[in-house]
Design a protein. Sequence first.
Length: 262
Amino acid sequence: MSDSPLPAPPPPIRVPPADEFPAEVEMSLVDHLEELRRRVLRSLLAVVVAAGGCLLLVKPLVRLLELPAVGMRFLQLAPGEFLFVSIKVAGYAGLTLALPYVLYEALAFVLPGLTRRERRLVAPAVAGSAVLFAAGLAFAWWALVPAALRFLVSYGADVVEPIWSIERYLDFVLLLMVATGLAFQLPVLQLLLGAFGLIRSEAMLKAWRWVVLVAALAGAVLTPSTDPVTMLLLTGSITALFLVGVALVALTERLRPAASGA
């Protein structure tokens, strides 16, 4: 009889519980692509309908966007310039209004393939992303745009009269608002990375110097103007949002052991 040791038993195969994927539906690749196509088309239709509705009210929207430019005069420098500007403003406004429905379609597509834990993380993250995007738009309109305009107008007030093209002005305002809304997504990204265990709050906090540097570069790239006031405000807001994200990740790390112990 041989004295050789018996081979080690194979590791147990983990079988997920039946309710770990509560909404899982067996579908072929073609069915998945067809569902994705339908949801993308519905999302695009929602954006087009919202943009069409905003086009009917585009003049009040333009007047609202002109409010930060106190005392400014705007000109139409080419035939049809205001028409193209109206379509652009309606497109931005329609995309913003249709964003909740677009996020709903995205969630409805991915949620059936997620576990219960992932669903508890993704749904609040998407809702928080929409809220933060709206907060970024409001912050840009209320703080960044007026500060940038005050600096840009006062810099050359004794040399040139501030008469601006309506297209250039609205391009400046819309791009700054969208860039700020995207920058406000940083806490949601941090929270997802921390919740999935990809990075801890201590590691985030240790990298604050790099974050300040990246925030300064982002402030220089994302702002459509080159004035230092707007770049500093956007850099400061990105840094503050990063610290808020670190605090949220630290809070989830504190709550996780208590939840697992319960």
